[in-house]
Write a protein that binds this ligand. Structure first.
Ligand SMILES: Cc1ncc(COP(=O)(O)O)c(C=O)c1O
Length: 435
């Protein structure tokens, strides 16, 4: 007897299994057999999309808006469906994703080093490109030591899981990135959260945890769905008072924020916190991540981070392109200046016509609405105007605050911003969102 046979609803299960035609996508069949229960089949969860999941809540035409297949990219536009569209959805903050200087460096590295390192950094996967990139990132971020990871997700996973264990406490802002929470899970650490940006709530948690446990406060530098800066100076002061360390995920701020583009600490004019992580896929225009801290801490992370040890290192093409990216980010301030000029112009314009952009103060600008269908309609109307913005729904944001998420690039122009404001205003009025 197999597991199905021991289930109390055997008849229903067999009927269910019989109607499943293997030639047809199970998800397509699910509608006709919904309501039936399947015990003991691991794939049942896949066949019956969970009630309340985004797939069930959202109309097919809305799902299509979230998965538009892009045919070609330029700095500020994409080609989708045969149309050139203004791209307001990418993380290509400094236009480096298609910069030919990075591509050239990548091609040269492939010719010299091949396609892959074919090994983990601890074995055969370290070459001089990795070391040069890490030296340059450390100098740029003004950190004693930096280690490159294969993605920003792995940087967070690797740093947190190496440093924390079950007796330690991660104290996280409620809106931190998923990779931070996954790192805590992998570490088996205790997790306490505080209300988003609420320093009183953070202090309460620090008091409750007390002085005995080792504590790491973890925040994003810029929050990816709201576009606000972490209140880093206050967080660091509280950390010092209660004996905690601070880690900032500077994924959206590195290359973008501060007079030198170093990130959140640079924005506030303060020293970097104890640990900084980030992605190399946004402002740096490639893929990869990094973790930086004091040298001893980085040595510890290197030799204790499963994400670092048990995975092939960054490819030569990517590493070489990233070395070029650091040079450009350090030397070409104009890109950042234009990015912020566009940011301030768009924020001012959207607010002036009556949209709610929440607490955004950065190139991530949400138009916050109250209903998912209305939000999708606005995204669809912008799409019809050849403007590509992202629909964001729960669980990526609170259920009652779906949003059209806009993210800007240094390649945008003030004229682009005026076009976006005009289009949002016209549709917002037609839909009764603004008056
Ligand atoms: C705040 C934050 N941290 C980490 C990541 C993960 O970075 P990556 O895409 O390089 O894995 C992202 C990317 O979405 C992010 O927004």
């Amino acid at each position: 007897m197999n597991d199905f046979a021991s289930a109390p609803v055997l008849d229903t299960v067999q009927t269910t299994l019989n109607v499943m035609d293997p030639a047809i996508d199970p998800l397509e069949q699910a509608g006709s057999i919904s309501g039936a229960m399947v015990y003991g089949d691991l794939f049942a969860k896949a066949f019956f999309a969970k009630k309340g999941s985004a797939l069930n809540r959202v109309k097919p035409e809305h799902i299509a808006l979230g998965m538009r297949k892009i045919d070609a990219v330029s700095e500020r536009e994409v080609v989708f469906d045969g149309r050139r569209m203004l791209m307001l959805s990418s993380n290509n903050y400094l236009g480096l994703a298609s910069d030919p200087r990075l591509s050239g460096a990548g091609i040269q590295a492939i010719q010299a080093w091949g396609n892959s390192t074919s090994g983990s950094r601890l074995l055969n996967g370290t070459n001089e490109l990795h070391e040069e990139l890490e030296r340059k990132l450390a100098k740029f971020k003004q950190l004693e030591s930096v280690v490159a990871f294969q993605s920003g997700y792995m940087a967070n996973l690797g740093a947190i899981s190496a440093l924390l264990s079950k007796d330690d406490v991660a104290i996280v802002d409620k809106l931190v990135h998923a990779s931070i929470l996954d790192g805590c899970t992998l570490a088996g650490a205790q997790v306490r959260s505080f209300k988003h940006q609420d320093m009183k709530s953070l202090e309460r948690v620090l008091q409750e945890v007390g002085y005995k446990a080792c504590k790491l406060i973890v925040v994003d530098g810029i929050y990816s769905m709201d576009g606000d800066f972490a209140r880093l100076p206050e967080i660091m002061a509280l950390a010092r008072r209660y004996g905690a360390r601070v880690m900032v995920d500077d994924a959206h701020a590195t290359g973008v924020a501060g007079p030198h583009g170093r990130g959140t600490a640079d924005h506030f004019g303060i020293d970097e916190p104890d640990i900084v992580t980030g992605t190399l896929s946004k402002a740096f225009g490639c893929i990869g991540g990094f973790v930086g801290a004091k040298k001893d801490v980085m040595e510890f992370i290197k030799y204790n981070s499963r994400a670092f040890i048990y995975s092939t290192s960054m490819s030569p093409a990517v590493t070489s392109a990233l070395i070029k990216a650091v040079d450009i980010i350090e030397n070409e301030q104009d890109k950042r200046i234009n990015l912020w000029a566009c940011t301030h112009h768009l924020l001012r314009g959207l607010k002036a016509v009556g949209f709610n952009t929440g607490v955004s103060e950065t190139p991530i600008i949400p138009i916050i609405l109250s209903e998912e269908t209305t939000m999708f309609e606005l995204v669809a109307r912008l799409d019809a105007d050849d403007i590509f913005a992202s629909p964001v729904i729960f669980p990526a944001c609170p259920r009652n605050k779906p949003r059209v998420r806009i993210s800007l690039s240094s390649e945008h122009t003030i004229a682009d911003m005026d076009r976006v404001i005009e289009s949002c205003e016209r549709h917002g009025r037609a839909m009764g969102l603004i008056h």
